[in-house]
Write a protein that binds this ligand. Structure first.
Ligand SMILES: NC(=O)c1ccc[n+]([C@@H]2O[C@H](COP(=O)([O-])OP(=O)(O)OC[C@H]3O[C@@H](n4cnc5c(N)ncnc54)[C@H](OP(=O)(O)O)[C@@H]3O)[C@@H](O)[C@H]2O)c1
Length: 271
């Protein structure tokens, strides 16, 4: 039986698909570029993507906290269970009421479930929307001086693979964080050390951030969603470390310094 990895070309999904494939397990990439294609915006693609699937890594796009996510996850979960999926592993976000609503849907689905409730990803700085800022040397965000326990996506992938392939993780909610709280200013210091260049953090007002994001081509709705994550979610509610990585994997979570050393190639400037 096949394991469907939604977002299987993204930060978490790509790593999970690689790990499962390396173990010789049958994997299907669930994304618009998968075969068959899977598109959250086109529900007629869901059934073909689920054909013959026994377990799903369920990561939503663009974000589980954005409007519409809950309805999509609820509908997808119902289709998945009705077509024979027996195990669901949900990628969720910490301190996000909208994401927690989707968690409850998966928990009540009748399938074996595992929730990976994650803090902010370290790889946002090396593979995603903050990479450009690091390359520019200025991380400008509407984030207060509130620390966040950034988590390494490789830890999420290891936990997801364990939950998809091993016994003992069904019915578990793992809060996956890194081992250390860091403010964005402290992240900038870490990145300065890793790159050998000065990376600064500049605090913007939400209005300044919205204007800058849209000027850089971020669609208005997505810009508002990001501003929401930086302001309402980063209000201190998540300013604590959790031991989900140790619970799931029996080892400590990877530290930001080790991540930055390993990811340094991403920040090499073009010559
Ligand atoms: N970033 C964080 O700090 C953080 C923290 C906690 C939780 N999360 C959660 O992480 C999730 C995102 O996971 P990720 O960061 O691993 O992914 P990602 O790196 O953002 O990659 C997005 C994936 O989704 C696919 N995709 C894009 N549009 C799609 C569509 N319309 N239908 C189906 N697939 C689509 C992309 O592939 P194609 O282009 O081939 O379609 C790609 O595989 C979000 O739900 C977010 O809430 C993020």
């Amino acid at each position: 039986m096949t394991i469907l990895v939604l977002g299987g070309t993204g930060k978490t999904g790509r790593r999970i698909a690689d790990r499962l494939t390396a173990r010789g397990l049958p994997v299907r990439i669930g994304s618009r570029s998968g075969v068959p294609a899977f598109d959250w915006q086109d529900r007629t693609t869901w059934g073909p993507a689920l054909d013959g699937v026994s377990a799903v890594y369920l990561s939503y796009y663009p974000d589980l906290a954005f409007p519409g996510a809950y309805d999509d996850v609820k509908a997808f979960t119902e289709v998945a269970v009705s077509t024979g999926v027996r195990r669901l592993v949900l990628l969720s976000g910490r301190g996000e009421p909208e994401a927690q609503a989707s968690e409850r849907t998966v928990q009540g689905s009748g399938a074996e479930w595992t929730v990976l409730r994650c803090s902010w990803f370290m790889q946002n700085f090396s593979e995603d929307f903050l990479l450009g800022a690091v390359l520019d040397g200025v991380i400008a965000l509407p984030a207060a001086d509130v620390p966040e326990p950034f988590v390494d996506v490789d830890d999420i992938a290891d936990a997801a693979v364990a939950a998809l392939t091993e016994d003992g993780h069904a019915g578990r909610l793992y809060e996956l964080t890194g081992p250390r709280l860091l403010t964005f200013a402290e992240v900038a210091d870490e990145l300065s050390k890793a790159t050998g260049r000065q990376i600064s953090f500049v605090r913007l007002t939400p209005e300044e951030y919205l204007a800058a994001a849209m000027a850089h081509g971020v669609p208005e709705e997505a810009a508002h969603g990001l501003a929401h994550l930086f302001t309402e979610i980063l209000d201190g509610r998540n300013a604590s470390v959790a031991d989900g990585v140790r619970q799931a994997l029996g080892r400590p979570a990877r530290d930001f310094t080790a991540f930055a050393a390993a990811a340094a190639q991403a920040w090499v400037l073009p010559s």
